[in-house]
Design a protein around this ligand. Structure first.
Ligand SMILES: N[C@@H](CCOP(=O)(O)O)C(=O)O
Length: 462
């Protein structure tokens, strides 16, 4: 398998180089040169596989022989051996036809661990094998940062710098990142929003001289490894429900801000996974919902919500979807993305709107609705949803037909977002790993939201 850019100037690169490149050197995003197909027979033969075995099968479609099978098996085993649940991403029933897939049993209690435990180990492996310098630069609205840090803290040959928007992540998210005292970790609290953090890192990655001089590597979902690892749990959930005869009309409802997690579902579907509906759930930062329902992609005003990890206006994976929407036409994808920069928006024609409507259904959840859903599911079904998952469940409740089964991706543990849970007058107890964070000293530096300010810190650190 080789990888190519959505903007057409980078092609024919292998898996390891794609991982190391992160953002394509032409400013686009890397995608596989073709989408591997999984037949109905293969899918059936995967039914009895464990999560680790399934992940190994799926990764091997994208890695080829660049990583020997035995090394790949060990990487996968090590990555999911850190999860607290033997099934890694168990599927639980909430009520009739409604399920959640719990993606929060990894070290930092968020779905990001599923891909970032793997990517952290992969970086360490590549660094050992090829002697590559791994200097990670990432941006977070709260979950990716902690998870990426956890994936590489203390690892030899790797340094990591994470930008988060100062005081715009939850208290637990902030503590998870900033109480880490390993010398290879730097936390920058940026005065601005997550979009500022993401813009800065994307511009620094797009400065190819700077990127190469400082060996910058990506852990955000611009890195194709993130997307590939996240496709696995769609297959896993499908197979668990298929065994029970519940997968004939199976929907996934996905809370999303950066379009990475739902893009992984889209890719799984294009690989042949029979997904009935992909439901896209946003909070009040609803650019993606407006795109699906109105065909207009236009960043709006930033809104602070109870689900801060989705407080995003500019969704970094959107370009990957545009690329497929326009039949893998690199010129169209590049031209449309540049319209967002020059005109502040892009509008798609009616035929494309129809395709988007066939690919996704979407619902934007307001702050009050999010809290109401948390309270309702706690009172009626004794299940405590985190506010991001609550957005997914709200969208599922709006958009699921009576003859359909819907799995909502439960992206984080509620203990990470007690600000919202407390407003619902629910008292939760913290897992001991989270409780322990409150007594540890924090390490972070507050910086201005400019490329120069961040660049200065990076030059000192790397
Ligand atoms: N919601 C994310 C934002 C970054 O997204 P990513 O999927 O590109 O890493 C977060 O919690 O940091």
């Amino acid at each position: 398998m080789h990888y190519k850019s959505t903007r057409g100037q980078v092609a024919g690169i292998g898996f390891i180089d794609a991982i190391l490149m992160g953002l394509a050197d032409d400013g686009g995003l890397l995608v596989p040169e073709y989408i591997p197909q999984v037949s109905a027979e293969t899918l059936k033969s995967w039914q009895s596989l464990s999560y680790v075995e399934l992940a190994t099968e799926i990764f091997s479609l994208f890695v080829n022989d660049e990583i020997p099978r035995s090394d790949l098996e060990k990487l996968v085993q090590d990555s999911y051996g850190t999860f607290r649940h033997p099934e890694v991403t168990p599927v639980r029933k909430l009520r009739d036809n409604r399920y959640v897939m719990e993606l929060f049993h990894g070290p930092t209690f968020a779905f990001k661990d599923v891909a970032l435990q793997f990517l952290g180990n992969l970086y360490a492996y590549v660094s050992r094998k090829t002697g590559s310098v791994i200097h990670i630069l990432g941006a977070t609205s709260g979950d990716t940062g902690a998870s990426a840090i956890e994936g590489v803290r203390g690892k030899e040959g790797i340094r990591i710098c994470i930008l988060h928007p100062h005081q715009k992540v939850s208290k637990v998210q902030e503590l998870q990142m900033t109480t880490v005292d390993d010398a290879n970790v730097l936390n920058l609290a940026v005065e601005g929003t997550f979009d500022d953090c993401q813009r800065i890192i994307k511009e620094l990655f797009a400065d190819v001289d700077f990127k190469h001089r400082y060996h910058l590597r990506a852990i955000n979902s611009i890195n194709i490894a993130r997307i590939l690892a996240q496709t696995v749990y769609y297959f896993y959930a499908y197979l668990q429900l298929a065994k029970q005869g519940l997968a004939d009309k199976l929907n996934f409802s996905v809370p999303t801000g950066n379009f990475g997690d739902i893009f992984a579902g889209y890719l799984a579907q294009r690989m042949g996974l029979p997904i009935h509906k992909l439901i896209l759930a946003t909070n009040e930062n609803n650019i993606l919902e407006r795109f699906v329902n109105e065909g207009v992609y236009q960043p709006g005003e930033f809104r602070g919500t109870y689900s801060p990890s989705m407080d995003i206006q500019v969704a970094s994976n959107f370009e990957r979807y545009l690329f497929y929407l326009y039949g893998e036409n690199t010129e169209d994808a590049a031209a449309l993305m540049s319209l967002v920069k020059t005109e502040g928006k892009l509008v798609i024609p009616d035929d494309k709107k129809a395709t988007v409507a066939a690919d996704f259904a979407a619902h934007a959840v307001e702050n009050d609705e999010c809290l109401a859903v948390i309270s309702q599911y706690y009172d009626d079904y004794s299940y405590l949803l985190d506010p991001h998952t609550a957005c997914g469940v709200a969208a599922a409740d709006q958009l699921t037909g009576t003859d359909e089964v819907t799995v909502t991706l439960s992206t984080a543990h509620p203990a990470k977002f007690n600000e919202a849970i407390a407003l619902c007058e629910i008292k939760q107890s913290y897992p001991e790993q989270i409780e322990a964070l409150f007594s540890k000293p924090q390490h972070l530096k507050i910086v201005k939201g400019t490329n120069e300010a961040v660049q200065d810190e990076l030059v000192r650190f790397f």
